[in-house]
Design a protein around this ligand. Structure first.
Ligand code: PBG
Length: 330
């Protein structure tokens, strides 16, 4: 029906109705807070390129997790920074590794908080790549198949330590299947895999590499992470991971990749999580610190945009803040 019978403003101009008819929201149940635990820290250390975020020591991580849970956030995504790094990332699968100890401490102190363990080797290798290195056609690169058992071992050790979910973020081919087989063989068949099925080789990860102390010592990650020019390929990646047993799919970054979130969601109808990564966080914080944008309004708009694109879950450094201040972000 045309104007004047139809007036879109009727529902918009009434504040109560406007809120009632909102199609998406930022309810706390959909949020995941990333946390960094660093083995050598005895007190929290600020992350310069991510103002407001900190690395925590093994003795402080459970208290921080408690704070996140008290704000209403149901899950944390854990990254570990070990004291010792080596070529194969031994500490990623060490039973007494920093992330394994953090998982156990959090599950002990805050049992109702879901702990998602990020599974990757880049924080644990001395060369900073996400897998084990090898020679292919005369070039040094990440050896896909040699990496799979290392990732599977890391996933099993995190699950044994009490992780509720494992989230492989390495982008090796076949790793979801390898992890699924290893979990099942270890009597951990109940542990779901949230796969970073669609992870781009993004410059939005810059600040994270300070936070996780994981920049590659040479080259870049374009040999395993996806080319930002591609979208159809994202659907093939997602299909493969679902075939191999992924229980939910992560699209990363989220900002600038709304089309990918939408296509993955519509094509597969699976649970999709969008990761609002460190660079998107840092840009907002930097502009807000200069008074150039309205910080909370912009945070809300970015996160709503990811939900509107089709994300069921949002992994965001703002999770605890948004959950704790739901009225401001509603
Ligand atoms: C690596 C990993 C990265 C992020 C999460 N897991 C960085 C990378 O691939 O270089 C990025 C997260 C962020 O930027 O917030 N395993």
């Amino acid at each position: 029906m045309p104007f004047p019978e139809t007036r879109a403003r009727r529902l918009r101009d009434h504040p109560v109705l406007r809120r009632m008819v909102a199609e998406t929201d930022l309810s706390a149940r959909r949020l995941v807070q990333p946390l960094f635990v660093k083995e050598t820290l005895t007190e929290p250390a600020p992350i310069a390129s991510m103002p407001g975020q900190r690395q925590f020591g093994p003795d402080q991580i459970a208290a921080e997790a408690r704070r996140v849970a008290d704000a209403g956030v149901p899950a944390v995504l854990l990254f570990g920074i070990p004291a010792e790094k080596d070529a194969v990332g031994t500490q990623a699968s060490a039973p007494d590794g920093v992330v394994q100890r953090a998982i156990a401490a959090i599950k002990h102190e805050v049992p109702d908080l879901a702990v998602i363990a990020d599974i990757c080797l880049c924080e644990y290798t001395d060369h900073g790549h996400c897998g084990v290195l090898g020679e292919v056609a005369g070039r040094t690169t990440v050896d896909n198949d040699a990496t799979l058992p290392r990732l599977a071992a890391a996933a099993v050790s995190c699950a044994r330590a009490g992780a509720d979910v494992v989230a492989p973020s390495d982008m090796m081919d076949g790793r979801v299947g390898a992890i699924r087989d290893a979990l099942d063989a270890a009597d951990l068949g109940h542990v779901p895999i949230f796969s970073y099925a669609v992870k781009y080789a993004s410059h939005f990860y810059g600040p994270f590499r300070d936070a996780a102390e994981s920049p590659p010592a040479f080259g870049d990650r374009r040999g395993y992470q996806m080319d930002p020019a591609n979208a159809d390929e994202a659907l093939r990646e997602a299909a493969e991971d679902l075939d191999e047993g992924a229980d939910a799919l992560i699209v990363k970054p989220g900002l600038a990749y709304g089309d990918i979130i939408r296509r993955v969601k519509e094509t597969f109808g699976a649970c999709v999580a969008a990761y609002n990564v460190s660079g998107a966080y840092a840009m907002v914080e930097a502009a807000a610190a200069r008074g150039w944008i309205d910080r909370e309004a912009v945070i809300r708009e970015i996160l709503l945009g990811l939900r509107r694109a089709g994300a069921d879950l949002l992994i965001t450094y703002w999770a605890a803040e948004v959950a704790g201040g739901e009225s401001r972000y509603a």
